[in-house]
Ligand binder design. Structure first.
Ligand SMILES: Nc1nc2c(c(=O)[nH]1)N[C@H]1C(S)=C(S)[C@@H](COP(=O)(O)OP(=O)(O)OC[C@H]3O[C@@H](n4cnc5c(N)ncnc54)[C@H](O)[C@@H]3O)O[C@H]1N2
Ligand code: MOO
Length: 398
């Protein structure tokens, strides 16, 4: 993972309309130019009063006062001070007229106009939301590096930000390699299969926060593949390939990239996802994932997702791990850390985890039912039901 991360940094800073900024990451701290609330205002529908006028009000001794003004929310008039001995009718969020120092909720009155009966006292300051009680002008609202979600967008909108400086959504191109690949929906000849890695990587990368700018298929001709990678690199921050990196007689990805500076192909002691590689094409990092359909998604999760986070301007962290109780016995290959596909019961106490399907890197049926990866260390070859194991929680939504 470190080798992949070393190739990427946050994408360039762009100014985008706030309305389209959710899911992006602030590139600069956001500062408020205004106080929030901008003026003292009412927290209740009711009457703005002088607290002293209603100090003795009670259900059996109501105080009757004249209503000298009506202040709805959105009222842009500047009202004169409310004289002592009178009140203004006021709605939630409306500016408190000068003079008044408390709000009596309408429930504690007869809702009257032009005179109102108030049957409860109010402490000075009651139901008043003070100017700058939330945010002060000049205050840092959000530091650089903040992921913008609904609450952050609300704060930026409330403080009047129409555009925000964010890291541009990372552009990633996907290239699935293999002469056997045919687009889903097309007829298969003997020896051909539908390309699942292309669509799968595109989905995983989008879920990680990337913009997928191309999903290409390439045959096994290395020069043609290199030309395709160069075209993809021209419009991308990162290119991700699948297939063609193991020990076969036709491993075009290796062949296409091997001569490039910085290219490296390694066997990682994990299962699935052993053969891995990376290179730069025209300066753009290319991560070469193995072709087996389970391997490609597990490797994308472990190696590419953190890199996408870094490109977005976030910390390049992995997903959270959790402990769970294994529900069945299982085995694991010696010398390779296994990421077994599993289902995690998040409602059980303690949590339980059950492997789904076998260890084969072609077992897409089981992968699609899994929502977690059960991590079995390199030196562990058998695990019994009841053991406490580490689980990577990879579910995006559940
Ligand atoms: N002699 C050895 N053979 C293999 C080794 C090894 O060490 N020595 N490693 C195995 C492991 S582990 C993996 S993983 C695979 C990785 O191979 P490649 O990255 O070269 O991938 P391919 O050979 O192109 O394909 C492997 C497998 O996946 C299918 N595939 C490929 N692309 C797609 C796609 N886009 N959609 C659906 N399925 C795809 C392909 O048809 C193969 O069945 O190598 C092992 N072999
Ligand atoms: O390591 Mo490969 O990725 O098992 O199938």
């Amino acid at each position: 993972m470190a080798a992949v991360l070393a190739l990427v940094g946050p994408t360039p800073v762009v100014e985008v309309p706030l309305g389209g900024a959710d899911g992006l990451v602030l590139a600069r701290e956001a500062v408020s130019a205004v106080d929030l609330p901008p003026w003292d205002n009412s927290a209740m529908d009711g009457y703005a009063v002088h607290a002293a006028d209603v100090a003795a009000a009670a259900p059996d001794a109501p105080v009757v006062l004249p209503v000298v003004a009506d202040v709805p929310a959105g009222d842009v008039r500047r009202h004169p001070p409310v004289p002592a001995g009178s009140v203004a009718r006021i709605m939630t969020g409306a500016p408190l007229p000068p003079g008044a120092d408390a709000v009596v909720p309408v429930e504690h009155t007869d809702a009257g106009l032009p005179r109102v009966r108030v049957d409860r006292p109010a402490q000075p300051g009651a139901h008043i939301r003070r100017r700058a009680g939330d945010v002060r002008a000049g205050q840092v609202l959000l530091p650089a590096g903040t992921l913008l979600g609904a609450a952050q967008v609300a704060l930026l909108a409330a403080t009047g930000h129409a555009v925000v400086a964010v890291h541009r959504r990372p552009r990633i191109a996907v290239v699935a390699t293999g002469d056997e690949l045919v687009a889903p929906g097309q007829r298969l000849d003997h020896g051909q299969i539908h390309d699942s890695n292309g669509p799968a990587l595109a989905a995983a990368l989008r879920a990680a926060g990337a913009e997928v700018v191309a999903v290409e298929r390439s045959g096994d001709d290395a020069p043609a593949l290199l030309a395709l990678l160069e075209r993809c690199a021209a419009g991308a921050d990162l290119v991700v390939t699948s297939g063609g990196v193991s020990a076969g007689a036709f491993d075009p990805v290796k062949e296409a990239l091997a001569g490039l500076p910085g290219a490296q192909f390694v066997a990682v002691a994990m299962q699935p996802g052993k053969p891995q590689g990376l290179a730069r094409v025209a300066g753009v990092p290319v991560v070469t994932l193995p072709g087996n359909p389970v391997s490609v998604l597990v490797s994308c999760e472990l190696f590419v997702r953190p890199a996408v986070r870094r490109l977005r301007g976030l910390a390049a962290t992995a997903r959270p791990t959790t402990s769970a109780v294994l529900t069945t016995d299982m085995t694991s290959p010696a010398g390779r850390r296994q990421y077994a596909r599993a289902r995690l019961d998040r409602t059980a106490e303690p949590r339980t985890v059950a492997p789904v399907g076998g260890a084969g890197s072609h077992l897409l049926g089981a992968l699609a039912l899994a929502d977690a990866l059960l991590v079995v260390p390199e030196d562990v070859t058998t695990l019994s039901a009841g053991s406490v194991v580490t689980v990577l929680d990879v579910a995006d939504e559940r």
